[in-house]
Ligand binder design. Structure first.
Ligand code: T1G
Length: 693
């Protein structure tokens, strides 16, 4: 007994073999881990003194899945199936000892064990759907045999992690054992199995629950119907459903064949490649080349937020959610009262779903202190202003903060477009100034653009990124330019969308194309939702844009029941003949030739313009890497994750094609439109954005 290989060890205690895996960071089923398990099982079974086996992991978690870094590379034996066979067909009982998260292939391996024990904090899940995949090692056939098809459908299509207690209640786990005593408890459990002469229970032989479901095909039709909107555009959820159907309607081995076929289709498809890329992209954003991980950070024990409006209130909630007290400053008591009422309302809405209890609500509200004086922010470690988007106003406030707030504090602005370098000129400590651009609603949207200004110090950047992670955001560090990364790319799309209105396309044509591509809504529906009068000043209106003409006719969006669209009492949109006439008249007056614009042109002009802007953002060093741009657009604007983000999508199309099309559209892209030299160069060299590190 002893080390099997670098990541696997076999020890024997009495008549129990302990096969332990130690392959940081998450004991993923790399080739070495697979080899370690199969060899370890062979040695344990061949050893007459061994009567049972415990499979356990060192480090923070049980096996958390197949090794995603191996995907797309030539497969190396032993396969995961060989690993599972070595366990399931063992002549001696195997007990999986679970802590941390048994996920994907990890749970599939555990399901091939004859028994499973877990500590209370352990979780199980089959999250392959988040990678555009499905459990490809028998999980879709074994899980429903334990938890039943309905619960299995929910687990495999949501990828949720279920707590050990629930797992035990459905038989996914046989026993919950005390925290910190997993190894000893698993050995004791194995001894109990031997003493009670319990059978070598194989999950694959449990057929009651799947057989019972055979008479209820509506399980699947109703599940599909209930989730159609959520699964729109994705392949993996549907393929997962088909596998669970196979578990119900086919013998086990046939079901495995169905699972294998569908798994390989997904594995070889673009959607999974995109979603696996995003999995790693989400972990890349925290790596800042010139701000090393050991950069000192500043303590943030008290936060100040200026502005109790939609943004200020939402921002404050993020900190209260993680126990950081916030002082919220407004200029008028009624604004404070309104803001606090909205915050409490937001929290209380979460009690309806069970996410929060009323005690949670009270506890979080107790962390929020109202104030009418900036002076109350003197001892804050971080102050975030979320006030009117006006440079003079912000500079005035920062000037005051410079006088009031203690040295060493971070002074942040939530501006979505103003020049933070300009704001920083109002203080004597520009190194303390940073942008924290939250997306509305700030207590919901996951994305945070952390905007480094010219003088922002590295500790301020490191602290801001660390804080973003602490409040559950995914942050991208970006540079100062109009619109930073997200809105600058949004603007590039808006230019094309608005131009095409002048050329013959209607808002509903453009919105349909963008919606069908996978975005939650198109640019004009988005404008109606936000309000067409954002930034519109009635007195100054010059009717120089369609939006201004619409505003003058009180067509200011959903809130007035009409904007680009007409809305019924439930805010359902429908194309508006009034808007159509306004656009036609406007186009004629502007001397634009009207023509039928194809869906392909609508999509390409909108999306390729976004890609081109992304390339310019990279050229200017405003974003660190292409995948950061993709993370911004997936998490801030709902770009479909199965297309990987604008820059990944460009690789899917091919940069050569993107450039050729932009050249083909030429002047239609607008007189100010230029193709990014970086994009042209990469296209000419046959390069891809995803290879840029
Ligand atoms: N393979 C390779 N590396 C992985 C990995 C995996 N499965 N999971 C995590 N890592 C790396 C990750 O890239 C990061 O690396 C480090 O571990 C810490 O991760 C056949 C086909 C387990 C809940 O989808 O959900 O099994 O950035 O920052 O916040 O059916 O990692 O440090 O270099 O996320 O503590 C199914 C994915 C695979 C689980 C831990 N399994 N992982 O979260 O740490 S497909 C998954 C997670 C499969 C079979 C199918 C989380 C975590 P680096 P982290 P964390």
């Amino acid at each position: 007994m002893g080390a099997i290989n670098a990541v696997a060890n076999l020890a024997v205690e009495g008549d129990i073999a302990i096969l332990s895996i130690n392959s940081p960071p998450v004991n993923a089923l790399s080739q070495a881990v697979r080899a370690g398990i199969t060899e370890g099982m062979k040695q344990a079974v061949d050893n007459a003194a061994v009567k049972a086996v415990v499979l356990i992991c060192e480090g923070k978690t049980f096996i958390a899945g197949a090794d995603i870094t191996e995907f797309g590379k030539p497969p190396q034996g032993p396969s995961l199936f060989e690993v599972e066979d070595s366990i399931e067909n063992s002549t001696k009982p195997v007990v999986a000892a679970i802590h941390g998260t048994a996920l994907g292939g990890g749970l599939e391996v555990a399901l091939c064990c004859h028994y499973r024990v877990a500590v209370p904090s352990a979780k199980c899940g089959l999250p392959e759907v988040h990678l555009g995949l499905l459990p490809g090692a028998g999980g879709t056939q074994r899980l429903p045999r334990i938890v039943g098809p309905e619960a299995a459908l929910d687990m495999v299509t949501s990828g949720k992690h279920v707590p050990a207690k629930w797992a035990q209640s459905v038989g996914l786990v046989d026993e919950i054992v005390p925290e910190g005593e997993l190894r000893a408890s698993a050995i004791a459990f194995a001894k109990k199995v031997l003493a009670e002469n319990r059978p070598l229970k194989k999950v694959r032989d449990l057929n009651d629950k799947v057989a019972a479901a055979r008479a209820k095909p509506e399980i699947f039709s109703e599940f599909r119907k209930a989730n159609a909107r959520k699964f729109r555009g994705f392949l993996a959820p549907e393929y997962n459903i088909r596998c669970i159907e196979a578990a119900v309607n086919q013998p086990f081995d046939e079901g495995i064949k169905t699972e294998r076929k569908l798994f390989m289709e997904l594995m070889n498809g673009t959607q999974s490649a995109a979603q696996r890329y995003v999995f790693f992209a989400e972990r890349q954003v925290w790596k800042i080349p010139d701000v090393p991980e050991d950069t000192p950070t500043l303590p943030v024990k008290k936060v100040g937020v200026i502005g109790a409006g939609t943004m200020g209130g939402g921002i404050s909630m993020n900190f209260a959610n993680v126990g950081i007290p916030v002082t919220i400053v407004e200029t008028k008591q009624e604004a404070l009262d309104r803001g606090f009422k909205t915050i409490r309302g937001n929290y209380e809405r979460s009690t309806k779903s069970g996410k929060l209890t009323m005690a949670d609500v009270d506890q979080r509200m107790s962390l929020l202190t109202p104030s009418l004086k900036l002076e109350d922010l003197a001892d804050c470690d971080l102050v975030i202003e979320a006030i009117f988007e006006n440079l003079d106003v912000k500079q005035e406030v920062f000037g005051k903060l410079d006088q009031i707030v203690k040295q060493g504090a971070i002074l942040a602005t939530n501006t979505s477009a103003l020049d933070i370098n300009q704001i920083a000129t109002a203080v004597k400590r520009p190194e303390a100034v940073i942008g924290l651009h939250f997306f509305s609603p700030a207590n919901v949207m996951r994305l945070l653009e952390v905007v480094r200004a010219k003088h922002t110090s590295k500790p301020v950047i490191a602290t801001s990124m660390q804080l973003a992670k602490k409040i559950g955001k995914i942050a991208a560090l970006v540079g100062v330019c109009p619109g930073f990364v997200g809105n600058r790319i949004l603007y590039a799309r808006s230019v094309q969308a608005n131009a095409m209105l002048m050329e013959g396309a209607m808002p509903w044509d453009i919105d349909r194309v963008i919606y069908d591509f996978g975005l939650p809504m198109g640019p004009f529906a988005m404008s109606d939702l936000a309000g067409l009068d954002l930034g519109w000043i009635k007195e100054k209106s010059s009717s120089s844009t369609i939006r201004e003409v619409l505003c003058e006719q009180d067509r200011r969006g959903q809130k007035t029941g009409k904007g680009f669209y007409d809305y019924d009492e439930n805010r359902n949109p429908k194309p508006s003949p009034v808007t159509e006439q306004i656009i036609r008249d406007f186009a004629t007056k502007s001397g634009n030739q009207q023509r039928k614009i194809s869906d392909e042109e609508i999509l390409e002009r909108c999306v390729f313009a976004q890609i081109n802007e992304g390339a310019k953002i990279l050229e200017e060093g405003i974003a660190i890497r292409p995948s950061d741009i993709d993370i911004v657009w997936i998490n801030g604007y709902g770009w479909p994750v199965y297309r990987g983000g604008p820059m990944f999508y460009a690789d899917t199309v091919g940069l050569k094609t993107v450039v050729a099309k932009l050249k083909e559209y030429g002047p239609k892209m607008g007189k100010d439109f230029t193709i990014s030299p970086l994009l042209e160069k990469m296209a000419a060299e046959g390069k891809r954005f995803q290879d840029m590190k």
